[in-house]
Design a protein around this ligand. Structure first.
Ligand code: ASN
Length: 338
């Protein structure tokens, strides 16, 4: 049969449930990228496969982010797009970090995985992988996640389900594209955020790993923050309440963050709410934190905020540089309205 397209796509496999097999210890990655493709049957692309890791994504950490970014950067020449098969548990973090490590990416890089191993008869893997290939062949340059018939900007994604097939949501922006009965239906408005084909792709994998992310809860002891800084933490993301509020009564979070900011450690205030944005100007409890120097995470996901902070600190940025960096949209991860 005649091929529908001669697009050249590279599959980089890293493990995850999609590649997992049963073992006495539980599911572990065991299938190669070639085996995944074989199960899928034919696809109308010229595909090359490289197995670069074989890990449950719970084991994917900054060292693996750097390695995946290097592989993409090094191998991308001559391909129209790249698919990265990856576990779902940390896929949103990897996609967010790749956005910062590979700024100006000059081809579509599409992460995908599944909730059920490829070899299971009713697995979601074949569909997800097919959509990822179609996205890698069709979409503009950028870092994406393809899952459950949606193609989403990677740095806006959050994993919202442990087992359901609708495992990822694009937060605060629509998915870039959906699969409909007409094929890939691209939402052009969101496409404007994606870097142009003429952008110069840079690889920069330096990150600061001594950062912390804390979910605030009533009764949290603010002394923990300074103890963290004493032990070498260089930046903190706080998932604060609602629009970004923090308590100052009895246990004074506001004072505690002021003290660590005075020590040169940036504090980014995100929200525990999944949707919409932080606004530190609205309530006294947010304004107090802002006056102490907290940086607003605006409408970023926590995944994007913590990876952006790690990357910024990895570049040697100081407190004011980090603040300025968070006031900029690097690759569609945040909406700047002022
Ligand atoms: N569905 C999955 O891929 C979960 C798996 N634990 C992983 O993240 O590698």
């Amino acid at each position: 049969m005649k091929k529908m397209t001669n697009k050249r796509i590279l599959l980089l496999s890293t493990g995850g449930t999609i590649a997992s097999v049963a073992s006495e210890e539980g599911l572990i990655p065991g299938k190669s990228g070639a085996e995944l493709l074989h199960t899928l049957g034919g696809l109308p692309y010229e595909i090359e496969v490289k197995d670069i890791l074989s890990l449950d994504s719970s084991n994917i950490q900054p060292e693996e982010w750097a390695f995946i970014a290097e592989q993409i950067y090094k191998l991308r020449r001559g391909f129209d797009g790249i698919v990265v098969s990856h576990g779902t548990d940390t896929m949103a973090y990897t996609a967010s970090m790749l956005t910062f490590m590979l700024q100006g990416i000059d081809l579509p890089v599409v992460l995908t995985g599944s909730q059920v191993p490829m070899q299971a008869i009713l697995s979601d893997a074949p569909d997800n992988l097919r959509v990822a290939f179609a996205a890698a062949a069709t979409c503009k340059p950028g870092i994406y996640i393809a899952f459950n018939r949606q193609i989403m900007r990677g740095c806006r994604c959050v994993k919202i389900r442990t087992t359901g097939f609708d495992a990822f949501k694009s937060i605060n922006v629509d998915p870039v594209a959906m699969v409909t009965s007409d094929g890939i239906d691209i939402k052009h408005k969101d496409f404007e955020y994606v870097p142009s084909e003429h952008a110069i792709c840079t690889l920069n994998t330096k990150v600061e790993t001594h950062v912390a992310m804390i979910k605030l809860f009533p009764g949290f002891d603010p002394a923990v923050l300074s103890a963290m800084v004493d032990s070498g933490v260089k930046g903190i993301v706080i998932e604060a309440y609602g629009l970004g509020g923090m308590n100052y009564m009895r246990r004074n979070m506001v004072k505690a963050i002021g003290e660590i900011i005075q020590r040169g450690v940036p504090v980014v205030a995100c929200s525990q709410c999944l949707y919409e944005r932080t606004d530190l100007t609205k309530y006294e409890v947010g304004r107090a934190a802002m006056l102490e120097g907290a940086i607003s995470g605006r409408d970023m996901t926590s995944e994007s905020a913590v990876t952006k902070l790690m990357w910024a600190l990895g570049q040697g940025m100081d407190l004011e540089d980090v603040r300025a960096f968070f006031n900029k949209d690097i690759a569609g991860e945040v909406t700047i309205t002022d």
